[in-house]
Every structure is written in structure tokens, then in C-alpha cells.
Design a protein. Sequence first.
Length: 388
Amino acid sequence: MQISLNIIDFLMLALVLQGFVLSALLLYSSKKIKSNRWLAALIFIVSSSTLSMELDYSGVTDKHEWLMLSMLHFNMAAGPIIYFYTKSIIFTGNKLTWNSWLNFSPIILELKYQVIYLLYITGILSIPFIQNIYFLPSVQHTLFGPFPFTTIAAFISLVVYSIITYFMIMKYQRNASLSQLKMQDIKWVKILLNFTFAFATLWLLSIIVALINPGIIFNPLDHYILYIPAILFVYFLGMAAYRRQNKMSVIELAEYTSKPAKIFFTPAEVLQYHERLILLMINEEVFLNPLLKVDDVATMLSISEKALSNLLNQHIGKSFNDFVNEYRVDEAKKRLSDASYNNFTIAAIAFDCGFNSLATFQRVFKQVTGTTPSKYQNHISYSQLSVK
């Protein structure tokens, strides 16, 4: 076949080259911004897929069949990449587990030429049982037909992961802990998803046309209407992200790469657990226990220690010790004001109210009330005598 390229093909090849360069730049910048590695992978896949299509369309692969082995296809990874790119923006520093990598296992289906080549060079294809399966007309049609089954699988994968990503964005886009810069990236992802859904519609039409006309090897709908918008969009998406990130100040970069605070409670749950915590202090007087710890109270509330710390620090605005000591001081004030405790030393009252040492009690008492326990007791006694 004669190699044929028109002006549009040359422009697409130029975009492919720029896509590879931009992908490398984003990969390099991922040392600072981890999410860029996913964006780099997406641009690389679209650029690689466009290049593969151009080589097939122009007849280059017919003249150089070894290119079929060197051109790897990762179209089925596009959907998972969009999902994990979005997840890496929302959950900074979140590492992939081994189970997460299983999302990319279907790309093995796109390595059919490499697998077939291995069957030949290893001699496995000489086994009669393998030959009987391999040369079945249905298997040959699936592997070498004009419309491979991997196209439908890649289409389904892209749509499913895009829908999952869309719902994830809808859930977390109101997260107040996300920085303004990350919110901008999420807006970009929403634009990417809108484009993906539009692209999937065109792709579905292309699939239908290919099923109706299986003899058409190169569908103009695939060649221009699908690949041109795809390569243009991911290129400008990556370029916009790269340029904006290069303009970030040191403070903005630190804010962008910081991990968002974990959300343990909804507003309604904050009120519920705060009320239960107060009831523990008032009704059960757990603060009188001098050995009381965070995990003890957390167990009483049936929540984790981290969740209780989050409730106190983020929502109530106090540390565990400050919160408990305020109740201890209130109890100490009652006893210092009660004439029946006049025979008790201040140290005895302090220990009875849950403090471990007299020094700690005096420091905390003055911090809360603005005066010392002895002055407070004397003032109360003087006031009572004045009344009499």
C-alpha cells in the first residue's frame, strides 16, 4: 500500500509529537504534584492511540509489520486513569493498593499481537490443542477481524469509569477542606468528563457503523471526528494545568500538595456526639477518674480515638485535656464553695476532682478562672460571711 498523508494528518502527527513532549513534562513535574503522573499517562495514551491510527491509515504498518509489535495499545486504561487522576486530586498522597492496580489488568486484552508473536516464537502454537483453538474461524475473526472485541470493551470501560468519577466529584466538590487550586482542577475534570461523555456518544455511533458495515476498515468518523477532538482536548487540558502550576508560588504549591483533613462526622453527627460527650461528663462524671484517657472516652462513645480527637480539635475547638479539665475545675469550684469541704485541703480537693498533681490543678484553675484556688476559696468564704 502506498503511504498517504494529507495536511490534516500532518497536523495530527504534530499534535501527537507535542502530546508526547507535554506528557514527559507533566511526568517530570509529578515529583512535586503527584496527580500530574495520571494526566501525563492520559495524554500519552491518546497521543499513542492517535499515532497508531495514523500509521495504520497511512499504510505504514503494512510496509513495516514490525510496528504492529512495537505499538502498544492502552485504550482500556483511559477510564481507570481518569478515575485515579480525580482521586489523586481529592485525596492527596493516597497510594494505590495492589487491588487498585487490578483496574488496569484488562489492557492485557489489547496486547494481542504481542501475545500471538510469543505463541509463534515459543513454539506453543505448534501444540495441536492450541492450534485447534487458535485457527477456529471465530477466534481468527475475533483476533484479526475489521472490528476487534477490544474496541467494545474499551468503550464500556471508559463510560463506566467516567460515570463513577462523576459521582465521586459530585460527592466531594463541596468539601471545604479542598484548596481553591484543587477546586479549579476538579472543574477541569468536570469539563473532561463532559467531553468524555460527548466523545463516548460519537464512539458509540462509530461502533454501530462498524457493526453495520464490517467491511469498512477505516471509518472517516474514527479518523477525524474522534481522534482530532480527543488529541486537541487532552493537549490543551494538560497545557493549561502545566502552565497554571508553573505560576504557583511556594505557599500555593504547599497548599495544593497538602493532604485534606479527613472528615469523620457530618454536621448532624457533630451535634449528636458533642451532646453524648457532655452527658458523659455531667451524668457519669468520668472526669473524676485521674487516669482518664482519650481512648477510654472514645470507647464509651463507640468511636475511634482519632474520631474523638477530630471532634474535640476541629469542631469543639479544645484539646482532650482542656475539655476534661474544665469539668474538673467546675467541680473543684463547687467543693471550694461548699462549707462541708472546709476541712479538706486544696490538694485533697484537687485529687478528688481528677487532677494528678497540685501544681497542675493550680495552673489549670488559674488559667480557667483567672485566680488561684486559695484566693477563690477565701473570696467565697468572705462573701458568705458578709451575707450573714
